[in-house]
Design a protein around this ligand. Structure first.
Ligand code: ATP
Length: 499
């Protein structure tokens, strides 16, 4: 398969075969061509050259949009492909042309079918819930179950069934990843083949049978999971060894730069905490613990029920805080849902990157803005054709790097991160950590909400573990390890503290 966009060769003669009942990892750095390959299979892109065979039968390319399902292919793309204003039920049946006559839908029977399906996969969802009201995790689960259902349906028609999961796990905490893997194993046992795109090498080693690595649009090799290891895969992906050792700077004794008192939101109840200049404070917990509410409330993205923030001597009432006030106070927020909250997809890279620094003057120096964006893209290693292209054309990981660059260029004194490296490849993660460390070295403080324990072990000076809206444990210094964070999350507090 070969595909070029302007000057970018996204796929260069890639060959790949997937066996029935196999989980096949598709790995590679950001922009290496994984999504492009998948979008060729779904009919979104027409390849420049290449052929496709399913179950021994040649399939004509380009795949007409909507026809991939008839060949037994079902997809969960990075943006999940859900209709946000529609209900869970409407999302489950939307586009199910193989099974449903769109002119005559028995809504009662479909609602019952949806209830059975959701119960089978142990999802705590009701058919009439609106997708916009669901948490990111629930949305990911819904998209995966919908695709799994379509694949299974096709087995009744005698088609082999291939489920394609393009990075379905970045939002999911460990317990939900385990649930997803259980779904995958069940499908695999019934002969369904699964293509699994992930940047998480541990997950890849746990769930795949084989993996193919793409680099710069070329297939570097296919590896049997049973006879490979983390280092080999990382080396194949990045082209060099990558260390995941703990790397935190030494903190000098100083007073907090930010103190949050009695913060309450939808889940959070009366939480108080503080963070010192140069410190990276990790917040974590299981799904619904409320840790990921903190960045939203401190940035004014959502107004708090109660709470104050004392930032470098200034007091901010978090029940009144608007995003513009937060930006003026030099608070930067990098949200988890980059597609909806991080980027403006139709705007160019320059427009996206320069939005926070544009003044209110009538004249814009476009050449200067373009140059500043090109510089930013270099610093944050955003792989793109040129600053004038639309942000929607960037690969997922490169969009994330653009959002980080857009906010960190302001030199914020409080950086709020929510799952900052989701979708970022193992090599580029180190660069992101370097940029975050730079923000700290300038005297800023970082609050990072994440369900990736390994990330916290690598970068956090201190970690607060949340449960039911409250802090239940604090881990510091050498106690910040993947194992101790997991233990605190799952088994109860080691120590209890709230500064
Ligand atoms: N519609 C498009 N127009 C222009 N360039 C594109 C388009 N889609 C993808 N590209 C480019 O093709 C290359 C491969 O992108 P692709 O999305 O396939 O990467 P990826 O491996 O899925 O990356 P990630 O891990 O970040 O999601 C990138 O350089 C990207 O910028």
């Amino acid at each position: 398969m070969t595909k070029t966009f302007g000057g970018v060769q996204a796929l260069n003669n890639v060959a790949l075969s997937i066996q029935p009942g196999e989980v096949h990892g598709l790995l590679g750095t950001n922009g290496s061509g994984k999504s492009t390959l998948i979008k060729v299979l779904s009919g979104f892109h027409a390849p420049d050259a290449g052929s496709l065979e399913i179950d021994g039968r040649p399939v004509t390319l380009p795949m007409p949009l909507g026809r991939s399902e008839a060949h037994g292919l079902a997809f969960v793309h990075q943006n999940l492909g859900l209709l946000y204003e529609a209900s869970v039920l409407e999302n489950l049946i939307a586009g199910d042309h193989e099974r449903l006559n769109p002119w005559r839908i028995n809504w009662r029977a479909e609602a019952e079918r949806a209830r059975v399906l959701l119960a089978e996969y142990e999802l705590d969802l009701m058919p009439d819930q609106i997708v916009a009201d669901l948490s990111p995790v629930q949305r990911a689960q819904l998209a995966i179950v919908r695709a799994a259902d379509r694949v299974r349906e096709h087995r009744h028609y005698g088609a082999p069934g291939v489920l394609v999961l393009d990075e379905p796990t970045p939002f999911l905490p460990e317990e939900d990843v385990a649930k997803l893997f259980a779904i995958m194993r069940r499908l695999k046992e019934s002969g369904v083949a699964i293509i699994f795109v992930s940047h998480d090498i541990d997950e890849v080693l746990e769930v795949t049978d084989r993996s193919t690595v793409l680099r710069d649009g070329k297939a570097i090799g296919t590896y049997y999971t049973a006879s490979t290891d983390r280092e080999t895969l990382v080396h194949a992906i990045v082209g060099r060894a990558v260390s995941v050792d703990r790397r935190v700077s030494t903190l000098s004794e100083s007073r907090p730069i930010a103190t949050i008192t009695r913060l309450s939101g939808k889940i959070l109840r009366d939480v108080s905490l503080s963070v010192r200049p140069g410190e990276i404070l990790g917040l974590t917990g299981l799904i619904g613990s409320g840790h990921d509410e903190v960045p939203m409330l401190l940035s004014g993205a959502v107004q708090a029920v109660s709470g104050d923030l004392m930032l470098d001597g200034c007091s901010l009432d978090l029940t009144q805080l608007r995003p513009a006030d937060a930006i003026a106070a030099r608070i930067a927020f990098i949200p988890a849902d980059r597609q909806r909250l991080g980027i403006a997809p139709e705007l160019t890279l320059t427009e996206n990157a320069m939005l926070p620094i544009l003044g209110h003057g009538a004249w814009l120096n476009h050449e200067k803005l373009r140059r500043a964006t090109a510089e930013l893209m270099k610093r944050f290693t955003v792989k793109a054709d040129n600053p004038g292209q639309a942000a929607s054309e960037l690969s997922g990981g490169n969009q994330q790097k653009l959002v980080l660059g857009k906010w960190l260029q302001l030199g914020p004194q409080l950086v709020l991160l929510d799952e900052p490296t989701q979708g970022i490849d193992v090599g580029a993660r180190q660069e992101i950590y370097d940029r975050v460390a730079e923000a700290c070295a300038r005297g800023g403080a970082v609050i990072c909400a994440t369900s990736e324990f390994e990330q916290l072990e690598t970068i956090a000076h201190r970690v607060l573990v949340f449960e039911r809206g409250r802090i239940k444990a604090e881990l510091k210094g050498d106690d910040v390890t993947k194992a101790s964070i997991a233990q605190a999350c799952y088994e109860g507090a080691q120590t209890h503290a709230a500064e």
